[in-house]
Every structure is written in structure tokens, then in C-alpha cells.
Design a protein around this ligand. Sequence first.
Ligand code: ASP
Length: 338
Amino acid sequence: MTKILLIYTGGTIGMIKNPLTGELESFNFKHIHDHVPELSRLNVHIESISFDEPIDSSEMNLSHWKMMSKLVAENYSLYDGFVILHGSDTMAFSASALSFMLQGLKKPVVFTGSQLPIGTIRTDGKENLITAIEIAGMKDENGEAILQEVAVYFEYSLYRGNRSSKISANQFEAFQSPNYPELAKAGIHIEWQKDRLFRSKLPQLTVFTELQNQVALIRLYPGMNFEVYESIFKDARVKAIVLETYGSGNAPSDRHFQKMVTDFIENGGIVLNITQCGSGAVQQGIYQTSSFFERVGVISGRNLTSEAALTKLMYLLGSTDEKTLKESVQVSLVGEMD
Ligand code: ASP
């Protein structure tokens, strides 16, 4: 029988309303079958493991990503697939991070969660959980896992983890993958788009847990006071900056801003240019307002999401030297950009 490990990190999905106080509380995840009796009707053997203290995903940090990666790695040979239950707020960050930390996957790691707690009548959590488990257990005609990467399943759609973003705080369709089409759609059957699935060239699972968070994210906006940001560009702890620029990678021609960027790069810093548009890619040099970036060595992040850009830099800062980092940041490592 197919074996799936459920890893419960916290979030709305694992909560029920306390009838006395009316407040949402995490339930003991060992009792998941009591709340979702349908699980025992799936033809899958499910075991679960929970963070000692389940968290709202706003609390997520590098140590939690390390914990999740280790749980997958330690149990890798024992299960056919992994489903990580996670708050939706930062799920796209965690899915992006784990895609860099767990390379060479030959088994599925599916993140899911819900907008309404599993104990409420109109919950989206049951469908998300049940289908995520089904997807994590699916094999092809050769007996190999169909999905061999980190993905996010939410409201009938399966997305590549490092391409996904949370786009709604209140719709059940809370996620999108604007620069890469869905990997599968759940209808009566799971409709796979097999040509879109990622396949790693690594022969086996290779785990990277040493992330470094010496990164900063700066989003440009008209009227920005660049002096306020000077301390970030001058801070020796900051090794890389993700710049969220306009349109296809454009920025104002402010001298002060350009000097900060130039000095930061000359002192060995990395500046990665991504667009603040919901979809599309950076193409430096198309407009005069982005030619400066090209001249001083700002790296184009092409169509990376900010979640993937930040976690890719954290992974590279923790696992490579400066020269390799500069090369690796420009290529797609785990299907995170075109
Ligand atoms: N605040 C919650 C979290 O991200 C929301 C959710 O679970 O969807 O943990």
C-alpha cells in the first residue's frame, strides 16, 4: 500500500473552534482521522508527525525550513510521498525554500493548507488535504512517482512550489503561479500536464540545510526617499539585495540610488532585479531606465517570484562561494525561472 507522511506545521487547516470560547485552536494532530474520517477510506497508509508547537505561518523562519527538510530527508526511504500542512500566508516562501533545500527529489513533497479550518462546515481544508494526499501517492506506469518536486496544492490546482504566490486573503483560490502553468488540475480525475513536470538531473536526494538570511528586499515606489535605504546598502551584514523594480526591470535614474547600487556591487554585494508586476519578466537594457543596471552588474532575476528570489539567495549564500553564487543565481536550478 502507498505510504504517505503528513507533516503538520500549523496554520488554519489544523484548527477547530473551541465551542466555549469561540476561538480557533490547534487540535492534536494525532486525531486527524477523527476530524477527517474520509482519510480511512483512501487506499493509502497515512502516518502523521507534527511540529511540537504548531505555528501560524507568519512565524516561519529558517529553522522551520530546516526542520521540514530534515523530516523529509530522514523519512525519505520510508514513504512514497510527503504532504506538508502549512498556513497559507507564507506557504509560497516555504515551498520555494524547500525546492532549493531538497534537490534530486524522486518523490513528491506537496504543500497544502486551507482558508477555513478543517472543523468548519464550509471548509476547503478537507478537499485540499484529501487531494494532496492522492497526488502525493500517484505513480506512473513504471511505478515511479508522477510528481518529483516540491509543489503547492490549493483549490483544485497543483502549482510548482517555487513559482507559486499567495494572491488572495479571502478567496478559496488563494494561490497562483503567474509565470508557469499548473502542473495538474483536480476534476473528476487528476489531469496531469506531464510535460510541465520538473525532473532533476541529480541521481539522488541531496539536502542543503545551511541557509543564510543576509539578504534584503527593497520595493521601489515613486517618491521613494533613497536616503532612508542607505543604511541597508552600507550594512556589511547584507550580502544580497533583491530589488523589486517597475515593469520589465526599470528604476529611476536618481544619482544617489545609482551610487548606492554601484558601491554595494563593487564591495562584493549581489543585486538581483525582479519585477514587482504580478507576471512577466525583467529584461534589462530594453529601456534607458534599466540600462544602468546592466552596466554596473545588477543580475536579472528574469521571472522569479520574490519568494523564489529571496530563498534562492538564502540557499546560495549558505551553500556556495561568491563566484559560484554569481553564476548559479543566473541559471534555473530547480525550475524556478525561465
Ligand atoms: N495565518 C494563517 C497562517 O498562515 C492563515 C492560514 O493558515 O491560511 O498560518
